[in-house]
Design a protein around this ligand. Sequence first.
Ligand SMILES: Cc1ncc(COP(=O)(O)O)c(C=O)c1O
Length: 447
Amino acid sequence: MAALTSTDTSRPPGPSHDVESDAWVLETLRRYEPATMHTQHPVVWERASGSRVFAKDGRYWIDWTSGILTANVGHARTEVVDAITSQAQQGLLHAYMFPTRVRARTVRALSELSGFAQSVLYTTGAEAVEGALKISSRYAMARSATQPRTRPRVIVTFHGSFHGRTLGAQLAGGLPAQRDWAPALDDIFVRVPYPARGEVWSTQDIEKALLEVGARPEDVSCVMGEIYQGSTLRQIDPLSAQSLREWCSQYGALLIFDEIQSGFGRTGALFAYEHIGVRPDLLLVAKGLSGSLPISAVLIGDPEFTRDVRPGELTSTHSGNPISLAAAEANLALFADGTLVAEAARRGKQLTDGLADWVSLLPGRRRIIGTMGMIAGVACTNEDGTLDPQSSQRLAAECIERGLLVCVPSTMGGAMLKIMPPVTTSAEEMAEALARFAAAADAVQLG
Ligand SMILES: Cc1ncc(COP(=O)(O)O)c(C=O)c1O
């Protein structure tokens, strides 16, 4: 299979190439896109169905990526495809912010399923993040309209967090290497240690960080965090989350949980926050919301939070696109009776047990970074226990060679394989995937 990283720029892709071949696709992308777009292993997807991704020649990979946590209900799920087709056949592809039947049905279904009073629809996760920051800021401004202010309102987030790649989302993120291109607004975005399980943490950590930028708890418009951090798979500590909840309520800051990657069955619950029993004021969802198409939402616990947002301030051209909404509506219906989530929890245990077996065969060279239902991270390690990115990347390549599609994110020095199968993966497919994974690992570390 040709590599997307080829450096031959002398020959334009042209008639001499078979435009149907994978080599043509890779060469054309390399030529017409910047190299930064080419982060994944150069395997060309032709179609995807359920837990399988197919090449043009019919070979397939068992998918441990879900298209980066999007196809939670499986790729091209029949109900989702039918809804998209039927919406397209109805002849309504776009309606801007004019009311549509499919939008009314979907926001109602979203509230009924989540228990959140209202939702604001967007297209991408980062857009929902920025919308939530705006809602929080407007809410805080209205609350303190009568008080004289000496400094801007503060957004508190956590070291190690990831919230997207647009300016606001990137500044909110806690991964310094990802935001060194952006202006430093460190008196507005205040980042504090993540309240991870097993680590000492208290809300005084927030107050200390605020003091350093001359802010008080009353200056905070929101605290935003993930239930598990996608960058390291560290999980929030339930007791710390509870004290964070109380702190936010005490000072009138909105608590935002970014469940853009952890929602819709991923962790063996509909939303990951259910595991810790702490409810946020705003819940951000995207990825698994439609099972495929671009759509995101800010779910709002109390309509009061948006009372002072100005008309039109939260809209964008493609929010509420009818085709994406049709996919989301069908997807939400699949989660309605809880069966799918219960099955995901069982499959998550099968995954965790399988990975524990894998580690036990060579404990000095293998590590589980973290697991939570149908998300897991594993890494190869050196004899001294340090992470071994080279072997992890060789492992990923061996997996793909053996028909198991995996991703290696750039975080943790590229040492973690992030495992995130569709939550609808069958027990048989999971067993087969684990066998392929074990064989790939043996080839790397025993071979
Ligand atoms: C937790 C979290 N928040 C936000 C985002 C950004 O979503 P998008 O890529 O759709 O902008 C992501 C994407 O991976 C994410 O994992």
